[in-house]
Design a protein around this ligand. Structure first.
Ligand SMILES: [Zn+2]
Length: 80
């Protein structure tokens, strides 16, 4: 069950993952030691295909990586 209220961070599409990681999703898996089974956007049950850059509501500009489905990652910042 996805429960985190987040917003897509703008301007991150061309960011490349740190060396040693094949993708941002891979990076997230290594850091959290979890498996990405569902899109982490609140209310979404999509299949996570990428690690999206997001900011959580109320936490300013602190950036997180979260497993997201393709459709959530392509929503405008304020529509997630
Ligand atoms: Zn989603």
């Amino acid at each position: 069950m996805a429960f985190i209220e987040v917003k897509n961070k703008k301007g991150t599409a061309d960011k490349t993952p740190p060396s040693g990681y094949s993708s941002w999703l891979d990076f997230w898996k290594e850091k959290t030691e979890r498996k990405a089974t569902i899109c982490e956007v609140r209310g979404c049950k999509g299949k996570p295909t990428i690690g999206g850059h997001v900011i959580k509501s109320g936490e300013g500009n602190k950036e997180y990586i979260l497993p997201m489905c393709y459709s959530c990652n392509n929503k405008p910042e304020d529509k997630v």
